[in-house]
Design a protein around this ligand. Structure first.
Ligand code: SIN
Length: 302
């Protein structure tokens, strides 16, 4: 028996033995890796979690195949990475599990069962919070035979490939992120977004964060503004801020910087909100699409 094995309890030793898994970088993609041979319904050993955490930082997006897990198991796995954030739209929490936000285009009894346009523009989840999300875990429940893809942009590469003069302009700048700003914009496009209550508005006051953030685990710089939640860059006239944000957006989502995820049944996708943005156009209603999302709290951006 090796020294390491001797330190494990029988339960954790057998969990470790079950969870020998493979991490494979996605072919022809600027980010992302696929994880196979792992069953997220079972308790993972610390060593396995450390491997997953480091793969998340390295690849930005992790695709776990064949995860036949319950909402409770989804929540338990997510919690291993930090406290979970409860979404302000309580109408779309999974019953008895407020940690899960339902993302869905399904209408039942004339009402949406989930947030239909959660991914309708490019964003990083919960960047409007003082402590934006570390990462989100999205688990497929019902998928259409066509459409319904989610796209991810690599924000490390977006920063690295900026022209030197733009990097210089952005150095030390901060930008405002606002949930209400995005909500009101999407409200014009979606009949399902009822007016926010005052209580909801008060729960998500706007915040400002550095335009370039340092990843707390790798120390790499990433661009941290989005089409969705960033209303303006502080200290610039609105027209200059608009033009700069437009440039940064177009730069970030160039085809060569984006991975398009085609969902398979039982996929769980875990992405790093500190170094990626994502986008999922609304899927037409006749193509039923439902996924469950948890969101892990991260750090105050540096
Ligand atoms: C989201 O923005 O969290 C939803 C993404 C998706 O619908 O694929």
């Amino acid at each position: 028996m090796s020294g390491t094995t001797a330190l494990l309890t029988p339960a954790s030793a057998s969990a470790a033995a079950r969870n020998t898994f493979t991490i494979r970088r996605l072919d022809d993609a600027p980010l992302g890796a696929e994880i196979t041979g792992l069953d997220l319904s079972r308790p993972l050993a610390e060593k396995e979690l450390a491997r997953i955490r480091s793969a998340l930082v390295e690849h930005g997006v992790l695709v776990f195949r064949e995860q036949r897990i319950s909402p409770e198991q989804h929540i338990a796995f997510s919690r291993r990475f930090g406290p979970l954030q409860v979404h302000v739209l309580n109408r779309f929490h999974l019953q008895h599990h407020p940690e899960i936000l339902i993302v869905s285009n399904v209408i039942e009894n004339g009402q949406p069962i989930g947030l239909v346009d959660a991914g309708a523009d490019w964003h990083s989840d919960l960047s409007y919070m003082p402590k934006p999300s570390l990462g989100s875990l999205l688990h497929s429940q019902e998928l259409p035979a066509e459409q319904g893809d989610t796209q991810f942009a690599n924000m490390f590469a977006a920063y690295d490939s900026l022209p030197a003069d733009v990097k210089q302009t952005l150095e030390g700048r901060r930008a405002v992120h606002s949930y209400v700003y995005r909500y009101r914009r999407l409200q014009k496009l979606s009949p399902w977004r009822a007016d926010l209550t005052q209580q909801q508005i008060d729960a998500v006051p706007e915040v400002d964060h550095p335009v370039i953030r340092i990843h707390p685990e790798s120390g790499r710089k990433a661009l941290f503004v989005s089409e969705g939640f960033t209303s303006h860059i502080l200290g610039l006239p609105q027209d200059e801020s608009d033009a700069l944000l437009k440039f940064l957006h177009e730069h970030s989502v160039q085809a060569g910087n984006v991975y398009r995820h085609r969902w398979r049944a039982h996929d769980m996708v875990f992405w790093d909100n500190r170094s990626t943005m994502h986008y999922a156009p609304i899927t037409p209603q006749h193509l039923r699409r439902t996924l469950y999302r948890t969101t892990v709290e991260g750090d105050v951006p540096l």
